[in-house]
Design a protein around this ligand. Structure first.
Ligand code: NAP
Length: 277
């Protein structure tokens, strides 16, 4: 039995599918215990990662745990997992954890989560992912309104990874010790600019989409207006403007683990075209 947290999210939903297709028994945890869209045979369970006591019953009989990072209950959940006989934990982390910069709010919470899994007494794997291809879903509303798409950080070239591939790597790491006790850096196969992704989305949707770069002042104002706390806005500026994180390098890890090339952005776009209307 495997317990997947974040099961209604981009990566968790892919992992639930991948485990179920491999014939594994799966519990899919979200706060509401949502069952819509789950593959046949998968059990939906309710639990809040900020309230470890609400997660404890779901750990019963579990062999492998897929854990979302940064929630208040993470250390207690890991201790409960150990008590329940869980063998392995796979943590969803990010490339910035590798910077070691605890002063950066995003890197800081990922480093804390990595410290927690390392100290858990379980076999662990941290998946240090680049930006997700699914971040393009944040553009759905704009693209529904017209062909001009305003993008933040227009000069930031990143080798985004498809959550599908993160889940494929998690599948391997959850079921064997081959990738245990280490951090794996995951990227997609191409380093692209935001404008490249908009062009590819346009080609996929049969639309004449055009990217317009936001200035840094506009980006800061929009992120703050969206309710993102200032330390997180500062963190993204440190990555994409000050260059404290290089997300443009393409790494071979996905292929090394899964023996299959990672998906390109146009493959992601074809699979998710319906989300853009
Ligand atoms: N986006 C990127 O570019 C990027 C890059 C590297 C790392 N990451 C990391 O990836 C994570 C996001 O992954 P994702 O995109 O797969 O997720 P997502 O689509 O943002 O979904 C979040 C998931 O977490 C669940 N959740 C939220 N709060 C919860 C709580 N208190 N207790 C239990 N479950 C809770 C949500 O379920 P319900 O709301 O249904 O409860 C949902 O299943 C972030 O932690 C981020 O640090 C992201």
């Amino acid at each position: 039995m495997f317990l997947v947290t974040g099961a209604t999210g981009n990566v968790g939903a892919e992992l639930v599918r991948a485990l179920a297709e491999s014939g594994e028994r799966v519990r899919a945890l979200s706060r509401a215990g949502r069952s819509e869209g789950l593959p046949a045979g998968v059990a939906a369970v309710a639990g809040d990662l900020d309230r470890p006591e609400s997660v404890r019953p779901a750990l019963d009989g579990v062999r492998g745990l897929f854990l979302m990072p940064g929630y208040g209950g993470q250390r207690q959940i890991l201790a409960d997992a150990r008590d329940a006989g869980v063998e392995r934990v796979v943590l969803l982390s990010g490339r910035s954890a590798g910077t070691g910069d605890r002063g950066n709010a995003v890197a800081g919470y990922l480093i804390d989560a990595e410290d927690a899994v390392r100290a858990s007494g379980l076999r662990w794997t941290s998946l240090r992912c680049t930006s997700f291809m699914s971040n393009a879903l944040r553009l759905v509303e704009q693209i529904a309104k017209g062909d001009t798409v305003r993008v933040p950080f227009p000069d930031a070239r990143t080798a985004d990874v498809d959550p599908y591939d993160i889940a494929q790597v998690a599948l391997y790491a959850l079921r064997s010790d081959d990738w245990a006790d280490r951090a794996l850096e995951l990227t997609g196969p191409q380093a692209l600019l935001p404008a490249d992704r908009i062009r590819i989305l346009g080609e996929t949707l049969g639309r004449d989409l055009r990217a317009v770069g936001l200035t840094h002042e506009e980006t800061r104002a929009e992120l703050e207006a969206s309710g993102m706390p200032k330390p997180y806005v500062d963190a993204f500026f440190a990555f994409f403007v000050d260059g404290t994180l290089d997300e443009s390098e393409v790494l071979p890890t996905v292929e090394r683990v899964t023996d299959r090339a990672p998906r390109t952005f146009d493959q992601w776009a074809r699979v998710h075209a319906a989300a853009f209307g």
